[in-house]
Design a protein around this ligand. Structure first.
Ligand SMILES: [Zn+2]
Length: 331
């Protein structure tokens, strides 16, 4: 019996040794199961909460597997989660990882790139991501996450600068799979990519679509975002994988929360701007009942509304001469 337990202990040590060699990142205690969507497309689904919950695993990542290589869409919110995603992909295929497309440069979708770039895979982002990289927000966010997501984000964590920025659209065949990557410009963020696995009818939307939680509006261009969402309602696809929440087959259904929420916040805040109502007063007067029960409402809603209020104020157009005189005297 003693010999058996000693032998088992030795086996565990050997396995632990192999694990430590396979990845220099600690193992995150989360379930990360590859969910198969079609012949070639898979995704892993993060939890529904805010950025610091579930060890930072709160967004989705997706990948396309062909014998000639793997294309990855997003790398998750910490280097350790990126390493875990890499191992999850390795549980499906040994094919080389060619390119990682980052849907947008927000921390929860791209801090995992560090683990991928170490494998030599190419990292590609939207042209607009350059504005994020040049902004103070990028460094401020990293400092904040080193505290709020410690020890998963630490002094070794760095923001991976893409090898290439994409503007417009690129289309290519990998194996027998036809892939289109489209830069839709500034919508949810400074620059958003979507990826369409055309052969399989699977669309990876990134944070253009949030499902099962209040969207994060941040520094979005809300009018452009609404426009993209309206177009996305009509797309002819088999499956849409959102940036947060579960994949679904009905484009109208999966886009409805993001679209309704964005349209509602814009409407009520536009009304407040038009009527010169101060933000606090306007916010308190809104009936948020349709959205109050969604995860992240408390953390995100007021900030979202304020961001939209400020952005609408900047483009305020007086309705008549009296408004214009008043506005010019008060800005
Ligand atoms: Zn996100």
């Amino acid at each position: 019996m003693r010999r058996l337990s000693r032998l088992l202990g030795l086996c565990i040590l050997i396995i632990a040794g192999i694990d430590a060699q396979a990845s220099s990142y600690p193992v995150v205690p989360v379930e990360m199961t590859p969910i198969r969507l079609s012949t070639h497309a898979y995704y892993v689904r993060g939890g529904s909460g805010i950025a610091t919950e579930n060890y930072g695993f709160i967004s989705n990542a997706a990948f396309v597997v062909t014998p000639q290589g793997v294309i990855v869409f997003d790398s998750l919110g910490t280097p350790a989660l990126g390493a875990q995603l890499l191992e999850t992909i390795r549980s499906v295929t040994d094919a080389p990882i060619r390119t990682i497309y980052i849907s947008h440069y927000h921390a929860d979708h791209m801090y995992g790139s560090q683990a991928f770039s170490e494998t030599g895979a190419e990292v590609v982002a939207s042209n607009g991501a350059q504005r994020y990289l040049e902004s103070e927000v990028a460094q401020q966010r990293l400092q904040e996450r080193r505290i709020s997501l410690s020890p998963w984000v630490d002094e070794q964590t760095r923001i991976v600068v893409p090898d290439r920025f994409l503007q417009g659209e690129e289309q290519f065949m990998l194996g027998s799979v036809n892939i289109r990557v489209i830069d839709i410009g500034s919508a949810h963020s400074e620059g958003d990519l979507i990826l369409f696995v055309e052969s399989d009818g699977v669309l990876f939307s990134g944070d253009i679509v949030f499902e099962d939680r209040i969207p994060f509006l941040g520094t979005s261009s809300s009018a452009a975002w609404l426009d993209v969402l309206t177009q996305m309602q009509e797309v002819d696809v088999q499956v849409i994988v959102p940036g947060h929440g579960s994949a679904a087959s009905d484009p109208r259904k999966i886009t409805s929360l993001t679209l309704n929420y964005l349209a509602f916040v814009r409407d009520v805040m536009q009304q407040a701007v038009d009527d010169w109502i101060p933000f606090d007063e306007a916010y308190a007067a809104v009936d948020w009942g349709d959205f109050i029960d969604y995860p992240a409402f408390l953390e995100a809603n007021r900030r979202n509304a304020y961001g939209i209020y400020l952005s609408l104020k900047q483009v305020y157009r007086p309705r008549n001469f009296a408004d214009a005189v008043f506005w010019n005297n008060h800005r």
